[in-house]
Write a protein that binds this ligand. Structure first.
Ligand code: GLN
Length: 202
């Protein structure tokens, strides 16, 4: 049984949960979705999604619950996969470009928040993504951009010249919202990635 968490602080929490459930079925892996509010909830999960929302708020609440340090520690020792989407990506980066958002530093990328300006703040495009055989409907909402990618981070997708999805092993960082359409292929990719992590409890 694979337990995957969704950080339950703010944002599209239930939407991610529903996508994970569909992706479990599609991948033939049996698993549970755990809504993570505190450190205890994190104990048996091998992967966690940090949803979009407001990165300043999520960052503050992650720190006050102790989850910030615990997610960081486990991501760095390889016992936890993390998928950040939009605000989640800002949080897991190495440089957030905003002193109010402490970077978790679990994937070596630099971020610029709210990179698309007000007029063009929300849009949907079909994106070519490495490993997927047809384009993915990507929804961007007041999205950041990945301004710089360091050495061993793999670029999974670009929109025009902007890097919008990167991966390093089981750490995924997306600037868009894969939970807002009915396409669960990125959730499935994440499940298959963290499927290799053992909790030692089976
Ligand atoms: N603009 C938000 C931030 O900077 C992110 C938006 C989102 O997650 N959809 O925190």
């Amino acid at each position: 049984m694979l337990n995957i968490g969704v950080l339950n602080i703010q944002g599209d929490v239930s939407e991610h949960g529903e996508m994970l459930k569909k992706a479990f079925v599609a991948s033939g892996i049996s698993g549970n979705v755990i809504y993570v509010k505190d450190r205890k909830d994190l104990e048996d999960v091998v992967g966690i999604i940090i949803p979009g929302g407001e990165s300043t708020t999520i960052s503050r609440l992650l720190k006050s619950t102790g989850l910030f340090e615990e997610i960081r520690r486990r991501a760095l020792d390889g016992s936890l996969g993390v998928m950040g989407t939009c605000a989640g990506t800002i949080i897991i980066s190495k440089n957030t470009g905003d002193p109010r958002v402490t970077p978790m530093g679990i994937i070596d990328i630099d971020i610029k928040r709210n990179a698309y300006g007000r007029q063009y703040s929300s849009f949907q495009v079909m994106l070519d993504i490495k490993g997927l055989d047809s384009p993915f409907p990507a929804v961007f909402i007041r999205a950041p951009v990945i301004e710089r990618v360091y050495s061993d981070v793999e670029i999974m997708a670009k929109y025009n010249d902007d890097i919008v999805f990167v991966r390093k092993g089981n750490i995924f960082a997306l600037t868009f919202h894969p939970e807002l359409t009915d396409d669960y292929r990125i959730h499935k990719m994440f499940i298959e990635g963290v499927g290799g992590i053992s909790t030692g409890k089976e």
